[in-house]
Design a protein around this ligand. Structure first.
Ligand code: DC
Length: 221
């Protein structure tokens, strides 16, 4: 059984998807981390991110693994390195590259084969798993999303003004929503949930209930 959670950054997708996967006893897939990993590898190689083929070649050559909630690129643990500001901005450029998307979608479908999975990203319900049993699309106001990002960065010692974060967020949203290949949008049969006024635990409980109502027979015993 596949549960998809899509939506823009700062809607609590990753934390909620992880909590939901734990509660249901499902695997968890963070597909944003995969785009970030490709961006990180391109930055390391000082590639021109606009070069579709060179960036696509990197995506094909990388060995990306998740292990115990860590993201490994070959032998290198890049879990923290991919969360910085430069990778965040670069990931949204790399994510518009159709060669990269094709490769990562292939890998995501392999992860989803024959397993119970909660997967989160931008295109999980629309493109990667169109037949998923349960689809969610999380939203939140731009201000609240930027505040959440500011708190996340502060915890890592990075101080950035809300205005700057809002500007960056606007640019990334625009890129994610208007790219030709798999633009960010809810699947027609996704349940849309506004998380602005909700805690992450509250959102996870709500989704758990909806999954149980929608697919009681499909849940593992
Ligand atoms: O969710 P995130 O911020 O870690 O995602 C990083 C970037 O990757 C972001 O610009 C959106 C993009 N992305 C995507 O295009 N498709 C996905 N399935 C996941 C993320």
């Amino acid at each position: 059984m596949i549960v998809t959670i899509d939506g823009p950054a700062g809607t609590g997708k990753s934390s909620v998807a992880r909590m939901l996967a734990d509660r249901l006893g499902f695997e968890f897939l963070n597909t944003g981390a995969m785009y970030r990993a490709v961006a990180y590898a391109c930055l390391q190689r000082q590639l021109d991110l606009a070069s579709e083929q060179a960036v696509g070649d990197v995506a094909h050559s990388l060995e990306i693994f998740f292990s115990n909630n860590r993201l490994l690129l070959g032998n290198e643990d890049v879990t923290e390195a991919i969360r910085g500001q430069e990778v965040t901005q670069s990931a949204s450029i790399v994510a518009a590259n159709p060669v990269v998307r094709k490769r990562l979608v292939e890998l995501q479908r392999i992860v989803g084969q024959g397993t119970n999975l909660v997967t989160e990203g931008r295109d999980q319900g629309t493109i990667v798993f169109p037949n998923a049993e349960c689809k969610f699309f999380l939203t939140a106001s731009p201000e609240e999303r930027a505040r959440r990002r500011q708190r996340e960065l502060l915890q890592k010692g990075e101080q950035i003004s809300l205005e700057e974060l809002l500007e960056q967020q606007k640019l990334r949203d625009l890129r994610d929503e208007t790219r030709a290949c798999s633009p960010l949008k809810p699947a027609p049969n996704a349940v849309v949930i506004d998380t602005t006024q909700m805690t992450l635990v509250h959102v996870a409980s709500h989704l758990e209930q909806l999954v149980q109502q929608a697919c009681p027979a499909a849940l593992p015993r």
